[in-house]
Design a binder for this molecule. Structure first.
Ligand code: PLP
Length: 508
């Protein structure tokens, strides 16, 4: 394909994409293909001779789109959204054109410098404490990761390195000595990472990958599924009594099941008065804030106050996915750290082939030292386009609109206490509910079966998609209203489908 061929092909592709969005609501939300559908449609070998774009193009609609579940569909109320927007798509287009593995500053200075600038912009838009800015007092800063899972793994690597540096003293165990290797190996076998039963599974996965112990703290409905200071204090004491060394914990703003927020004030107070490693002293517990989805709502000052975001100046790292709720397409997980040296010390390995004058001069950021992979894409471009095209006001009004839809949906549920019981929410445009019937003496097993039947029925409509969870043994439907294409009319339509399904199931 030469540049003229590209011009023509790209024009048809852009036209297709615009039409796809214009007519998205005409499609079913979830793909209905059978497993293995594509193998039946495609040849078993790649073509030997190159094919014309017109032939490739027609297979998008004919073969690929039937196998797509439409995450941007206005009836997509499942999981959490996976955002995008037109400015973000344009960012991806330019990023693809300027493709490079921009691991060091010199590999494309604009890629590194734009990332530092837009993440500082974002930190300010979200109201993060100054220590998370690259220009802040503690030499913090942000880096774009592929996912929240990659972010928690990166934070845990840095936390492990920091803990070992602080608790295996160099004076006693000199650098490079076998005694140091042994002391570190022994300590590693005792280190434990913490999370709650509501924390996303990525923290457990990071522990598995790093080969450190993992401990889950149980949280229940009595605290709204959030971790409190006293529960943390008790956990730390119990683990230490077993000879274990807690070094890392994920606290969450917006848990996956219910969008609960851990009690930041309680956690800070517990860690400040920790009897073994009080916050701010060597060996302190590293606290990583996972705000993968709900972090986007921090664009609203009222939300910052509600969750006491200023308290995260006491923690160590914070991550949010613009690709969930902030109009930027996958991948744009924005990880901030209070002291960038924690990443750099843990993740820098110099190899002659990557040496260059700029890096050796120490005046530039080389993001390979802040992440697990070496190479990296130009992801800041799409963030830059989104922040400029929407502006802070545009982002705030979008988030407010989706939150309002969540409240309206919850109000509808409350208007039919004969049919539905809200278990949590609305929290950050997520309401978790089940079929009502406890008061009529129905058991949890019966209600679970009824709720499951309603869930299946509404999803079979093709017009909407919800997912479910289980809270303390109670099967529940999760309804999210934060996809950017979802308007009031779509939530009203979902409500109608839901009521019809529930009435049928309950009567049956
Ligand atoms: N953290 C939370 C709270 C989540 O809800 C999710 C996914 O929904 C994740 C982390 C994982 O996100 P990612 O796919 O970016 O790894």
């Amino acid at each position: 394909m030469d540049s003229q061929g590209f011009r023509e092909a790209a024009a048809t592709a852009i036209d297709d994409i615009a039409s796809y969005y214009d007519n998205l609501d005409d499609r079913n939300v979830v793909s209905t293909v059978e497993p293995g559908y594509l193998r039946k449609l495609l040849p078993s070998e790649a073509p030997v001779e190159g094919e014309a774009w017109t032939d490739i193009h027609k297979d998008i609609e004919g073969k690929i789109l039937p196998g797509i579940t439409h995450w941007q569909h206005p009836g997509f109320h499942a999981f959490f959204p996976c955002a995008t927007s037109f400015p973000s798509i344009l960012g991806e287009l330019y990023s693809a054109a300027l493709s490079g593995a921009c691991f060091n500053w010199i590999c494309s200075p604009a890629v590194t410098e734009l990332e530092t600038i837009v993440l500082d912009w974002l930190a300010k838009i979200l109201g993060l404490p100054e220590c998370y800015l690259s220009t802040g007092p503690t030499r913090g800063g942000g880096v774009i990761q592929g996912s929240a899972s990659e972010a928690v793994l990166t934070a845990m690597v840095a936390a492990r390195d920091k803990y070992l540096r602080e608790t295996v003293p160099l004076e006693q165990f000199p650098e490079g000595s076998e005694a140091r290797e042994d002391a570190i190996a022994h300590k590693r076998s005792k280190m434990v990472a913490l999370a709650t039963t509501a924390t996303h599974s990525s923290t457990k996965k990071a522990s598995i990958i790093l080969g450190v112990r993992f401990h889950t703290i149980a949280v229940h409905a009595d605290t709204g599924y959030s971790l409190t200071g006293p529960v943390l204090a008790k956990t730390l004491a119990e683990l230490r009594a077993r000879g274990l060394e807690p070094f890392f914990m994920t606290a969450t703003m917006g848990t996956t099941d219910t969008c609960a927020v851990d009690d930041f004030a309680g956690i800070v107070s517990t860690l400040k008065s920790d009897p073994v490693h009080p916050a701010g002293t060597p060996g302190e517990l590293w606290v990583h804030i996972d705000a993968a989805y709900a972090g986007s709502a921090l664009v609203l000052p009222s939300v910052r106050e509600q969750v006491s975001i200023s308290l995260i100046e006491n923690f160590h790292s914070f991550d949010m996915n613009m690709h969930k709720w902030l109009l930027t397409n996958f991948d744009a997980s924005c990880l901030f750290v209070r002291d960038r040296n924690w990443f750099i010390q843990a993740l820098t390995i110099n190899q002659a082939v990557y040496g260059n004058k700029a890096s050796e001069g120490g005046l530039v950021t080389d993001y390979r030292e802040w992440q697990i992979p070496l190479g990296r894409r130009f992801r800041s471009l799409k963030i830059w386009f989104v922040l400029r095209n929407y502006g802070v006001k545009g982002l705030q009004s979008y988030i407010s609109r989706t939150l309002k839809l969540g409240e309206e949906f919850a109000d509808s549920l409350k208007s039919r206490p004969d049919l539905f019981e809200i278990l949590t929410g609305p929290n950050f445009a997520l309401t978790v509910f089940r079929v009502a019937g406890k008061e009529q003496g129905k058991s949890d097993e019966e209600l679970n079966a009824l709720t499951k039947a309603v869930c299946e029925k509404i999803n079979a409509s093709g017009r909407m998609w919800v997912t479910s969870t289980v809270l303390d043994g109670r099967f529940a439907i999760r309804m999210v209203t934060s996809v950017s294409t979802t308007e009031k009319e779509h939530v009203d339509r979902a409500w109608k489908i839901l009521v019809e399904a529930a009435e049928e199931v309950v009567k049956a």
